[in-house]
Design a protein around this ligand. Structure first.
Ligand code: SF4
Ligand code: SF4
Length: 400
Protein backbone atom coordinates (compact mmCIF):
# COMPACT_ATOMS: atom_id res chain seq x y z
CA UNK A 1 0.00 0.00 0.00
CA UNK A 2 1.12 3.52 -0.74
CA UNK A 3 2.49 5.18 2.35
CA UNK A 4 0.55 8.39 1.73
CA UNK A 5 1.84 10.13 4.83
CA UNK A 6 5.32 10.09 3.31
CA UNK A 7 4.11 11.93 0.19
CA UNK A 8 6.11 15.04 -0.48
CA UNK A 9 4.56 18.34 -1.44
CA UNK A 10 5.79 17.71 -4.98
CA UNK A 11 3.98 14.39 -5.09
CA UNK A 12 0.81 16.10 -3.89
CA UNK A 13 1.06 18.69 -6.61
CA UNK A 14 1.66 15.94 -9.15
CA UNK A 15 -1.35 14.03 -7.85
CA UNK A 16 -3.52 17.12 -8.28
CA UNK A 17 -2.07 17.82 -11.74
CA UNK A 18 -2.89 14.29 -12.82
CA UNK A 19 -6.57 14.64 -11.91
CA UNK A 20 -8.54 15.10 -15.11
CA UNK A 21 -11.59 16.38 -13.26
CA UNK A 22 -13.51 13.76 -15.15
CA UNK A 23 -15.87 13.17 -12.21
CA UNK A 24 -15.87 9.39 -12.71
CA UNK A 25 -15.00 8.84 -9.04
CA UNK A 26 -18.49 9.93 -7.99
CA UNK A 27 -20.84 10.58 -10.86
CA UNK A 28 -20.52 10.50 -14.58
CA UNK A 29 -20.09 7.19 -16.35
CA UNK A 30 -17.34 4.66 -15.94
CA UNK A 31 -13.76 5.00 -17.13
CA UNK A 32 -13.89 2.48 -19.94
CA UNK A 33 -10.71 0.56 -20.78
CA UNK A 34 -9.67 0.43 -24.45
CA UNK A 35 -10.28 -3.34 -24.61
CA UNK A 36 -13.76 -3.19 -23.10
CA UNK A 37 -15.26 -5.35 -25.85
CA UNK A 38 -13.12 -8.27 -24.68
CA UNK A 39 -14.13 -7.92 -21.02
CA UNK A 40 -17.30 -8.99 -19.22
CA UNK A 41 -19.45 -5.90 -18.41
CA UNK A 42 -18.86 -6.25 -14.68
CA UNK A 43 -15.14 -5.68 -15.13
CA UNK A 44 -15.36 -2.36 -16.90
CA UNK A 45 -18.68 -0.79 -16.05
CA UNK A 46 -18.83 0.94 -12.68
CA UNK A 47 -22.14 1.34 -10.84
CA UNK A 48 -24.27 4.46 -11.02
CA UNK A 49 -24.10 5.03 -7.28
CA UNK A 50 -20.45 5.21 -6.35
CA UNK A 51 -19.24 7.42 -3.52
CA UNK A 52 -21.54 6.91 -0.47
CA UNK A 53 -20.75 10.30 1.02
CA UNK A 54 -21.56 12.11 -2.23
CA UNK A 55 -24.82 10.13 -2.52
CA UNK A 56 -25.78 11.48 0.90
CA UNK A 57 -24.43 15.04 0.99
CA UNK A 58 -24.71 15.81 -2.74
CA UNK A 59 -21.87 18.35 -2.80
CA UNK A 60 -18.76 17.88 -4.90
CA UNK A 61 -16.56 18.53 -1.85
CA UNK A 62 -17.79 15.18 -0.48
CA UNK A 63 -16.21 13.14 -3.28
CA UNK A 64 -12.83 11.67 -4.08
CA UNK A 65 -11.86 14.52 -6.35
CA UNK A 66 -13.34 17.17 -4.02
CA UNK A 67 -11.32 15.87 -1.10
CA UNK A 68 -8.19 15.40 -3.20
CA UNK A 69 -8.44 19.07 -4.21
CA UNK A 70 -8.98 20.20 -0.61
CA UNK A 71 -6.04 18.11 0.59
CA UNK A 72 -3.78 19.64 -2.04
CA UNK A 73 -4.94 23.17 -1.13
CA UNK A 74 -4.18 22.50 2.53
CA UNK A 75 -0.72 21.14 1.69
CA UNK A 76 -0.03 24.11 -0.55
CA UNK A 77 -1.04 26.45 2.28
CA UNK A 78 -3.92 27.93 0.28
CA UNK A 79 -6.74 27.05 2.63
CA UNK A 80 -7.10 26.68 6.37
CA UNK A 81 -8.31 23.69 8.34
CA UNK A 82 -11.70 24.61 9.74
CA UNK A 83 -14.84 22.83 10.96
CA UNK A 84 -16.33 22.45 7.46
CA UNK A 85 -13.16 20.95 6.08
CA UNK A 86 -12.97 18.51 8.99
CA UNK A 87 -16.51 17.31 8.30
CA UNK A 88 -15.63 16.75 4.64
CA UNK A 89 -12.48 14.85 5.63
CA UNK A 90 -14.12 12.56 8.19
CA UNK A 91 -17.33 11.71 6.34
CA UNK A 92 -15.32 9.73 3.80
CA UNK A 93 -15.97 6.05 4.59
CA UNK A 94 -12.55 4.98 3.17
CA UNK A 95 -14.51 2.57 0.99
CA UNK A 96 -11.99 3.05 -1.85
CA UNK A 97 -14.51 3.06 -4.69
CA UNK A 98 -12.85 6.27 -5.94
CA UNK A 99 -9.42 4.59 -5.93
CA UNK A 100 -10.91 1.62 -7.77
CA UNK A 101 -12.08 3.92 -10.56
CA UNK A 102 -9.19 6.37 -10.55
CA UNK A 103 -6.40 3.83 -10.39
CA UNK A 104 -3.50 6.20 -10.90
CA UNK A 105 -4.49 9.23 -8.90
CA UNK A 106 -5.33 7.65 -5.57
CA UNK A 107 -7.78 10.19 -4.12
CA UNK A 108 -8.29 8.11 -0.96
CA UNK A 109 -4.60 8.34 -0.03
CA UNK A 110 -4.81 12.12 -0.28
CA UNK A 111 -7.80 12.01 2.10
CA UNK A 112 -5.88 9.94 4.64
CA UNK A 113 -2.91 12.27 4.36
CA UNK A 114 -5.27 15.20 4.92
CA UNK A 115 -6.52 13.58 8.14
CA UNK A 116 -2.93 13.25 9.36
CA UNK A 117 -2.46 16.93 8.60
CA UNK A 118 -5.60 17.72 10.63
CA UNK A 119 -4.06 15.87 13.60
CA UNK A 120 -0.72 17.68 13.17
CA UNK A 121 -2.52 21.03 13.10
CA UNK A 122 -4.12 20.32 16.49
CA UNK A 123 -7.57 21.25 15.13
CA UNK A 124 -10.63 19.91 16.93
CA UNK A 125 -11.77 16.64 15.41
CA UNK A 126 -15.14 14.93 15.99
CA UNK A 127 -15.52 14.11 19.69
CA UNK A 128 -16.40 10.48 19.09
CA UNK A 129 -13.05 9.94 17.41
CA UNK A 130 -11.13 11.51 20.29
CA UNK A 131 -13.06 9.28 22.68
CA UNK A 132 -12.30 6.15 20.66
CA UNK A 133 -8.59 6.99 20.57
CA UNK A 134 -8.51 7.70 24.32
CA UNK A 135 -10.03 4.26 24.87
CA UNK A 136 -7.52 2.57 22.59
CA UNK A 137 -4.64 4.18 24.42
CA UNK A 138 -5.91 3.71 27.98
CA UNK A 139 -7.64 0.32 27.74
CA UNK A 140 -6.44 -1.27 24.50
CA UNK A 141 -9.93 -1.37 22.99
CA UNK A 142 -12.21 1.10 21.19
CA UNK A 143 -15.12 0.54 23.56
CA UNK A 144 -13.39 1.79 26.70
CA UNK A 145 -13.92 -1.46 28.64
CA UNK A 146 -11.59 -1.61 31.62
CA UNK A 147 -11.28 -5.37 31.48
CA UNK A 148 -11.60 -7.62 28.43
CA UNK A 149 -13.82 -10.69 28.84
CA UNK A 150 -12.20 -14.10 28.41
CA UNK A 151 -14.07 -15.05 25.23
CA UNK A 152 -11.86 -18.05 24.46
CA UNK A 153 -10.87 -19.11 27.94
CA UNK A 154 -9.85 -22.71 27.22
CA UNK A 155 -7.54 -21.91 24.30
CA UNK A 156 -3.73 -21.75 24.83
CA UNK A 157 -2.05 -18.34 24.95
CA UNK A 158 0.97 -19.41 22.92
CA UNK A 159 1.28 -21.29 19.66
CA UNK A 160 2.07 -21.12 15.97
CA UNK A 161 -1.47 -20.37 14.78
CA UNK A 162 -2.76 -17.37 16.69
CA UNK A 163 -6.24 -15.93 16.25
CA UNK A 164 -6.40 -12.15 16.68
CA UNK A 165 -10.09 -11.51 17.38
CA UNK A 166 -10.25 -7.69 17.30
CA UNK A 167 -12.39 -5.34 19.42
CA UNK A 168 -15.76 -6.20 17.86
CA UNK A 169 -15.39 -9.96 18.35
CA UNK A 170 -13.95 -9.51 21.85
CA UNK A 171 -16.66 -7.17 23.14
CA UNK A 172 -19.73 -7.16 20.89
CA UNK A 173 -19.83 -10.25 18.71
CA UNK A 174 -18.08 -13.01 20.67
CA UNK A 175 -20.01 -15.59 18.59
CA UNK A 176 -17.62 -14.81 15.71
CA UNK A 177 -14.59 -15.56 17.89
CA UNK A 178 -16.11 -18.73 19.32
CA UNK A 179 -17.28 -19.97 15.92
CA UNK A 180 -13.86 -19.26 14.36
CA UNK A 181 -12.11 -21.17 17.12
CA UNK A 182 -14.58 -24.09 16.97
CA UNK A 183 -14.33 -24.47 13.19
CA UNK A 184 -10.54 -24.20 13.05
CA UNK A 185 -10.14 -26.65 15.91
CA UNK A 186 -12.48 -29.06 14.11
CA UNK A 187 -10.15 -28.79 11.10
CA UNK A 188 -7.25 -29.93 13.28
CA UNK A 189 -5.51 -26.60 13.96
CA UNK A 190 -3.85 -26.05 17.35
CA UNK A 191 -5.26 -22.60 17.72
CA UNK A 192 -4.00 -20.06 20.26
CA UNK A 193 -5.33 -16.66 21.29
CA UNK A 194 -3.59 -13.82 23.12
CA UNK A 195 -6.43 -13.48 25.66
CA UNK A 196 -6.24 -10.25 27.65
CA UNK A 197 -2.85 -9.49 26.09
CA UNK A 198 -4.59 -8.67 22.80
CA UNK A 199 -4.88 -4.93 22.23
CA UNK A 200 -6.81 -2.98 19.59
CA UNK A 201 -5.07 -3.26 16.20
CA UNK A 202 -5.07 0.56 16.00
CA UNK A 203 -6.63 0.67 12.54
CA UNK A 204 -9.24 3.30 13.43
CA UNK A 205 -6.44 5.52 14.79
CA UNK A 206 -4.56 5.21 11.51
CA UNK A 207 -7.66 5.91 9.44
CA UNK A 208 -8.42 8.87 11.70
CA UNK A 209 -4.97 10.35 11.06
CA UNK A 210 -3.39 9.56 14.44
CA UNK A 211 -0.28 7.85 13.13
CA UNK A 212 1.51 8.04 16.49
CA UNK A 213 -1.15 6.06 18.36
CA UNK A 214 -1.47 3.58 15.51
CA UNK A 215 2.28 2.89 15.55
CA UNK A 216 2.30 2.51 19.33
CA UNK A 217 -0.47 -0.12 19.26
CA UNK A 218 1.06 -1.87 16.25
CA UNK A 219 4.43 -2.10 17.99
CA UNK A 220 2.87 -3.58 21.13
CA UNK A 221 0.81 -6.13 19.18
CA UNK A 222 3.74 -7.27 17.06
CA UNK A 223 5.86 -7.70 20.18
CA UNK A 224 3.16 -9.74 21.94
CA UNK A 225 2.59 -11.88 18.86
CA UNK A 226 6.31 -12.66 18.55
CA UNK A 227 6.50 -13.51 22.26
CA UNK A 228 3.57 -15.90 21.85
CA UNK A 229 5.45 -17.80 19.12
CA UNK A 230 3.19 -16.98 16.15
CA UNK A 231 4.00 -18.33 12.73
CA UNK A 232 0.58 -17.46 11.35
CA UNK A 233 -1.83 -14.73 12.48
CA UNK A 234 -5.50 -15.36 11.68
CA UNK A 235 -8.02 -12.50 11.48
CA UNK A 236 -11.79 -12.43 11.17
CA UNK A 237 -12.22 -8.64 11.06
CA UNK A 238 -11.34 -7.06 7.70
CA UNK A 239 -10.06 -3.90 9.43
CA UNK A 240 -7.67 -5.87 11.65
CA UNK A 241 -6.67 -7.85 8.55
CA UNK A 242 -5.81 -4.66 6.69
CA UNK A 243 -3.79 -3.43 9.68
CA UNK A 244 -1.77 -6.65 10.07
CA UNK A 245 -1.43 -7.47 6.39
CA UNK A 246 -0.58 -4.07 4.94
CA UNK A 247 -0.26 -1.27 7.47
CA UNK A 248 2.04 -2.92 10.03
CA UNK A 249 4.54 -4.00 7.34
CA UNK A 250 4.29 -0.52 5.78
CA UNK A 251 5.67 0.92 9.03
CA UNK A 252 7.81 -1.89 10.45
CA UNK A 253 8.84 -3.88 7.36
CA UNK A 254 8.17 -7.59 6.77
CA UNK A 255 6.70 -9.41 9.75
CA UNK A 256 8.09 -12.79 10.86
CA UNK A 257 4.72 -14.52 10.41
CA UNK A 258 2.10 -15.12 7.77
CA UNK A 259 -1.11 -13.07 7.97
CA UNK A 260 -4.36 -14.65 6.73
CA UNK A 261 -8.02 -13.81 6.83
CA UNK A 262 -10.27 -16.58 8.10
CA UNK A 263 -12.22 -16.62 4.79
CA UNK A 264 -9.03 -17.56 2.91
CA UNK A 265 -8.16 -20.16 5.50
CA UNK A 266 -11.64 -21.74 5.45
CA UNK A 267 -11.54 -21.99 1.64
CA UNK A 268 -8.09 -23.57 1.81
CA UNK A 269 -9.10 -26.08 4.51
CA UNK A 270 -12.23 -27.02 2.54
CA UNK A 271 -10.13 -27.55 -0.53
CA UNK A 272 -7.82 -29.86 1.43
CA UNK A 273 -10.83 -31.84 2.65
CA UNK A 274 -10.20 -30.84 6.29
CA UNK A 275 -13.51 -29.03 6.68
CA UNK A 276 -16.72 -30.77 5.75
CA UNK A 277 -19.96 -28.93 6.40
CA UNK A 278 -22.37 -31.82 6.87
CA UNK A 279 -25.65 -30.04 7.58
CA UNK A 280 -27.89 -28.93 4.76
CA UNK A 281 -28.57 -25.24 5.37
CA UNK A 282 -31.41 -24.55 2.87
CA UNK A 283 -30.75 -20.82 2.57
CA UNK A 284 -30.57 -18.32 -0.23
CA UNK A 285 -27.89 -15.87 0.81
CA UNK A 286 -26.19 -12.84 -0.58
CA UNK A 287 -22.60 -11.90 0.19
CA UNK A 288 -21.51 -8.42 1.30
CA UNK A 289 -17.87 -7.75 0.36
CA UNK A 290 -16.30 -5.76 3.21
CA UNK A 291 -14.39 -2.77 1.79
CA UNK A 292 -11.18 -3.77 3.57
CA UNK A 293 -11.32 -7.40 2.49
CA UNK A 294 -12.51 -6.76 -1.07
CA UNK A 295 -11.29 -3.56 -2.69
CA UNK A 296 -8.45 -3.01 -0.20
CA UNK A 297 -7.49 -6.69 0.26
CA UNK A 298 -8.53 -8.07 -3.18
CA UNK A 299 -10.14 -11.13 -1.57
CA UNK A 300 -13.36 -11.74 -3.48
CA UNK A 301 -13.39 -15.45 -4.37
CA UNK A 302 -12.47 -17.22 -1.10
CA UNK A 303 -15.64 -16.32 0.87
CA UNK A 304 -17.80 -17.14 -2.15
CA UNK A 305 -16.06 -20.52 -2.54
CA UNK A 306 -16.80 -21.27 1.09
CA UNK A 307 -20.47 -20.39 0.62
CA UNK A 308 -20.81 -22.44 -2.58
CA UNK A 309 -19.37 -25.47 -0.79
CA UNK A 310 -21.92 -25.42 2.01
CA UNK A 311 -24.72 -27.84 1.08
CA UNK A 312 -28.08 -26.16 0.54
CA UNK A 313 -26.68 -22.62 0.19
CA UNK A 314 -27.66 -20.71 -2.89
CA UNK A 315 -25.68 -17.54 -3.53
CA UNK A 316 -27.47 -14.61 -5.12
CA UNK A 317 -25.37 -11.50 -5.75
CA UNK A 318 -26.54 -7.98 -4.94
CA UNK A 319 -26.77 -5.21 -7.52
CA UNK A 320 -23.34 -3.94 -6.39
CA UNK A 321 -20.92 -6.74 -5.59
CA UNK A 322 -17.27 -7.72 -5.67
CA UNK A 323 -15.08 -4.68 -6.51
CA UNK A 324 -18.20 -2.49 -6.85
CA UNK A 325 -19.64 -3.48 -3.48
CA UNK A 326 -20.89 -0.60 -1.32
CA UNK A 327 -19.70 0.19 2.22
CA UNK A 328 -21.94 -1.13 5.06
CA UNK A 329 -21.87 2.36 6.60
CA UNK A 330 -19.37 1.61 9.35
CA UNK A 331 -16.62 3.48 7.48
CA UNK A 332 -13.76 1.94 9.49
CA UNK A 333 -15.78 2.83 12.63
CA UNK A 334 -15.14 6.50 11.91
CA UNK A 335 -18.07 7.72 9.81
CA UNK A 336 -20.54 5.62 11.85
CA UNK A 337 -19.21 6.88 15.21
CA UNK A 338 -18.66 10.52 14.27
CA UNK A 339 -21.65 10.98 11.96
CA UNK A 340 -24.12 8.27 13.04
CA UNK A 341 -27.01 9.61 10.92
CA UNK A 342 -24.89 9.32 7.81
CA UNK A 343 -23.67 5.83 8.83
CA UNK A 344 -27.30 4.77 9.34
CA UNK A 345 -28.39 5.96 5.89
CA UNK A 346 -25.54 4.13 4.15
CA UNK A 347 -26.30 0.97 6.15
CA UNK A 348 -30.00 1.09 5.30
CA UNK A 349 -29.28 1.44 1.58
CA UNK A 350 -26.91 -1.50 1.65
CA UNK A 351 -29.32 -3.66 3.64
CA UNK A 352 -32.18 -2.89 1.23
CA UNK A 353 -29.91 -3.92 -1.61
CA UNK A 354 -29.17 -7.13 0.29
CA UNK A 355 -32.84 -7.73 0.98
CA UNK A 356 -33.62 -7.46 -2.73
CA UNK A 357 -31.24 -10.37 -3.34
CA UNK A 358 -31.91 -12.72 -0.40
CA UNK A 359 -33.26 -13.03 3.13
CA UNK A 360 -29.83 -13.68 4.55
CA UNK A 361 -26.79 -11.49 4.17
CA UNK A 362 -23.38 -12.97 4.90
CA UNK A 363 -20.24 -10.96 5.39
CA UNK A 364 -16.65 -11.79 6.33
CA UNK A 365 -15.79 -8.98 8.72
CA UNK A 366 -16.80 -8.70 12.35
CA UNK A 367 -17.08 -4.91 12.11
CA UNK A 368 -19.48 -5.12 9.13
CA UNK A 369 -21.32 -7.93 10.96
CA UNK A 370 -21.73 -5.76 14.04
CA UNK A 371 -22.75 -2.64 12.12
CA UNK A 372 -25.22 -4.46 9.86
CA UNK A 373 -26.83 -6.45 12.72
CA UNK A 374 -27.36 -3.25 14.72
CA UNK A 375 -28.80 -1.52 11.65
CA UNK A 376 -31.18 -4.42 10.90
CA UNK A 377 -32.51 -4.22 14.47
CA UNK A 378 -32.85 -0.41 14.30
CA UNK A 379 -34.68 -0.53 10.95
CA UNK A 380 -36.78 -3.52 12.10
CA UNK A 381 -35.93 -5.37 8.91
CA UNK A 382 -36.72 -9.00 8.27
CA UNK A 383 -33.18 -9.91 7.27
CA UNK A 384 -30.67 -12.30 8.86
CA UNK A 385 -27.06 -11.23 9.10
CA UNK A 386 -24.23 -13.75 9.44
CA UNK A 387 -20.51 -13.53 9.85
CA UNK A 388 -18.94 -16.26 7.68
CA UNK A 389 -17.35 -18.31 10.52
CA UNK A 390 -20.70 -18.40 12.35
CA UNK A 391 -22.49 -19.78 9.29
CA UNK A 392 -19.70 -22.29 8.81
CA UNK A 393 -19.90 -23.47 12.43
CA UNK A 394 -23.66 -23.98 12.05
CA UNK A 395 -23.17 -25.84 8.77
CA UNK A 396 -20.64 -28.12 10.46
CA UNK A 397 -22.81 -28.66 13.49
CA UNK A 398 -19.99 -27.75 15.90
CA UNK A 399 -20.75 -26.12 19.24
CA UNK A 400 -19.52 -22.61 19.82
S1 SF4 B 1 -9.85 11.90 -8.90
FE1 SF4 B 1 -9.63 10.54 -10.69
S2 SF4 B 1 -11.70 9.82 -11.19
FE2 SF4 B 1 -11.92 11.60 -9.80
S3 SF4 B 1 -12.13 13.38 -11.15
FE3 SF4 B 1 -9.91 13.18 -10.76
S4 SF4 B 1 -9.14 11.88 -12.46
FE4 SF4 B 1 -11.39 11.68 -12.44
S1 SF4 C 1 -13.22 6.44 -0.28
FE1 SF4 C 1 -15.41 6.10 -0.71
S2 SF4 C 1 -16.49 7.63 0.56
FE2 SF4 C 1 -14.33 8.29 0.43
S3 SF4 C 1 -14.28 9.71 -1.29
FE3 SF4 C 1 -13.71 7.67 -2.10
S4 SF4 C 1 -15.66 6.80 -2.83
FE4 SF4 C 1 -16.18 8.53 -1.49
Amino acid sequence: MTDYSRWTLEEFKESLDLCLNCGACYARGPIVPHNWRELPPHEWSSPLRKCPSFEHYRFRAYTGVGRLTLAALVFLGRTEINEDLIKVAYTCTSCSVCNEICRTHQPLYAILALREEVVRSGARRPEALDEMEKNMEAFGNIMGAKKAPEILGEIPRKGEDIYFAGCNARFRKPQTARATAAVLKAAGLDLAHLGREERCCGFAAKQGGNRELFEKLARENIKTMKRAGAKRVILSCAHCYQAWKKDYPMVFGDLPFEVVHVAELLAQLMDQGKLKPGRKMKKTVTYHDPCFLGRHGKIYDAPREVLRNIPGIELNEMERYSNWSCCCGSGAKISSSCYPDFGAVVAKERLLEGKAAANTIVTACTTCFQHMSTSVAREKMDLHVYDLPVLMAEAMGVEF
